[in-house]
Design a protein around this ligand. Structure first.
Ligand code: ADP
Length: 586
């Protein structure tokens, strides 16, 4: 750029100088020529006056006399080596005498001479011709042209003068060129050097270096341009930094958002994705993936995507997860259209919905059985008049026990609901698990013995206090012992022990019962989950006991452990946090 600007400057200056010189030269040469012709005319007319011509005619005896008379005016006529005068024969035009006989011998009949031979003064001037001349006729008394006298200038002097002028001009042009080159260097210093500096600064900015300045110290336009450039550089840096910060923020947000994000370009090549998307799809992604690799089963066509920014919602199963995927078009560059997919993990929501549905179905089912029984027995009693009193009592007994069962279910459900919504009032106070365990064992001893089971309670002398609602915890312990009785084998045993494990105080109920298969263990605490439904129902169970127990214990900050060997027996342990000293003293 600098080089070309410099060249242009030299070229402009050279053209300027050459054209000015050409105009001046032409003007000068024209002026000199005009001046020369004007001078010739005035010299001729000052000598060849009508009186002088009359004198010549009166004395024109022979050409020698004429020659002598004209020679007397040589100086006024400017006769020299370039200008000569001549005397010609008026009829033939033959040279008779003159100032330069050599030239006279070669003299040709010019138009002016021919005019003079006809009796007129020939004084036409041919500016472009090789000479200029004047020819005067010398007549006798009868008017016949005897001689023609004239002066002829062969322009050599003029041409010499013009040539001198021309060489001066050429020298001036050469000098002008030197000046032009010098000036162009000067100009390049004042114009192109700052421009070059600005160019270098622009290159540095383009490569991301905003720290430098062009450092052009001047008050002219270039100085202002340089200052503006510096300002622009600072602004650009600030803007770029802001954009970068925004981009980083967005990137962090993108990478750490809970929803998965995947973006594809118009060719379907994976552009961007975040960790959540990889988690949800349960696979590692990289830039070589295409849309069909990521979502092989989902066809989304560009034309299906609404232009008003609305997205298409699709349910998608990725292994054990359920995803909701929202597809939306994204703009890429000026023309390009890409596709963005937002992945939302709805597995938990699905599970919750499923368990809610299951729960409602379970409740309906649990209530329908006793209701059907009540209705059946009641209708039988109503329709038959002569039923035996014993049978009547048996039927009424069934109705009553089914009603009790429904009452228990409803009561348990209410308890659970209260626990779910934290509406169950807990009377927290320091309590002794040993005392609670012993009381429960004593309360259940009769029932165990009734079924031929041995119940032993071996608790340590001292157990650390725990904070809790004694009545609720008692209810939990009784529930666990009841289960150990219900799901025991004939002549089985139940052992209650207790102790401290780390920060936890525990109470353990072991039985030699039917046990629970491994697969069912983790579901025991679900509502209405029962391993053997018939046995549970027979023994008056609602399938809600352990669920309630779990909720109560968790409200106390503890938990229940259930371990079992199928066919051999179960170990159910209630853990509660030891009470802190200050709380125990308080
Ligand atoms: P239920 O009212 O049916 O006893 P629970 O919630 O108390 O309901 O218990 C859920 C299920 O866990 C029972 O149906 C039973 O199958 C199993 N269970 C509980 N305790 C024991 C145990 N000690 N031995 C074997 N199975 C048990």
């Amino acid at each position: 750029m600098f080089r070309s600007l410099h060249r242009k400057l030299v070229l402009v200056l050279v053209l300027l100088i050459v054209s000015v010189m050409a105009v001046v030269g032409t003007f000068l040469i024209n002026s000199v020529t005009s001046y020369h012709i004007r001078e010739f005319r005035s010299q001729m007319s000052s000598v060849f006056t009508s009186e002088f011509i009359l004198t010549l005619e009166q004395n024109a005896d022979d050409h020698g006399t004429l020659r002598g008379m004209i020679e007397a005016y040589s100086a006024s006529l400017g006769i020299d080596e370039y200008r000569c005068f001549y005397v010609l024969d008026g009829r033939t035009g033959a040279y008779l005498s003159g100032s330069d006989d050599d030239y006279g011998a070669k003299l040709q009949l010019t138009p002016n001479i021919l005019t003079a031979m006809t009796g007129q003064v020939g004084q036409a001037t041919e500016t472009l011709g090789e000479y200029f001349d004047v020819a005067v006729p010398i007549r006798d008394d009868s008017g016949a042209v005897l001689f023609v006298v004239g002066v002829l200038d062969d322009k050599s002097e003029l041409q010499e003068l013009n040539w001198n002028l021309f060489t001066i001009l050429i020298r001036a042009i050469l000098f002008g060129l030197v000046v032009a080159i010098f000036l162009s260097f000067l100009l390049s210093k004042t114009i192109t050097t700052p421009v070059e500096k600005l160019t270098e600064q622009a290159a540095r900015i383009a490569s991301g270096d905003f720290t430098s300045s062009a450092q052009v110290q001047s008050d002219d336009e270039i100085g202002i341009l340089s200052d503006t450039f510096d300002e622009m550089s600072v602004q650009l840096e600030t803007t770029l930094r802001q954009v970068e910060e925004e981009r980083n923020k967005l990137d962090t947000l993108f990478q750490h958002m809970a929803d998965g994000m995947v973006a594809f370009d118009s060719e379907g090549v994976l552009l961007q994705y975040n960790a959540a998307a990889e988690d949800m799809l349960d696979r590692k992604l990289d830039g070589n993936f295409r849309y069909t690799d990521v979502f092989p089963e989902v066809q989304v066509r560009q034309e299906d995507l609404a232009q008003d920014g609305k997205s298409i919602e699709i349910d998608y199963a990725a292994g054990p997860r359920f995803l909701k995927i929202y597809f939306a078009p994204i703009r890429l560059g000026a023309e390009g259209k890409g596709l963005m997919a937002v992945l939302h993990d709805v597995t938990e929501q699905r599970k919750l919905d499923d368990s809610r549905r299951e729960f409602v179905a379970n409740v309906s089912h649990e209530l329908r059985t006793p209701l059907t029984n009540v209705r059946g027995y009641a209708e039988t009693l109503m329709s038959a008049d002569d039923i035996d009193r014993d049978i009547q009592m048996r039927f009424l007994g069934v109705i009553s026990s089914e009603a009790d069962r429904m009452t228990r279910i409803v009561k348990d459900l209410l308890t659970l609901t209260r626990l779910d919504y934290n509406r169950m009032e807990m009377h927290m106070q320091p309590m002794d698990l040993r005392e609670l365990g012993q009381k429960a064992a004593a309360a259940m001893e009769g029932q165990a013995a009734g079924q031929g089971l041995t119940l032993t309670c071996t608790l340590p002398e001292e157990m650390p206090a725990v904070l809790g609602d004694a009545e609720r915890i008692q209810q939990v312990i009784i529930n666990i012992i009841t289960n150990a009785i219900k799901y025991n084998k004939p002549q089985g045993a139940i052992t209650i022990t207790g102790g401290v494990e780390g920060e936890q105080v525990f109470l353990r109920v072991e039985d030699t019962g039917i046990g629970v298969p491994k697969a069912d263990l983790e579901r025991l605490f679900e509502r209405f989950y029962r391993v053997d439904k018939a046995r549970s129902r027979e023994s008056g169970g609602t399938g809600l006991g352990l669920a309630i127990a779990k909720q109560i214990v968790e409200t106390h900050g503890g938990h229940i452990g259930f371990d079992s060997e199928y066919g051999k027996g179960s170990v159910v342990t209630l853990y509660l946090p030891q009470m802190k000293d200050e709380a125990a003293n308080g």
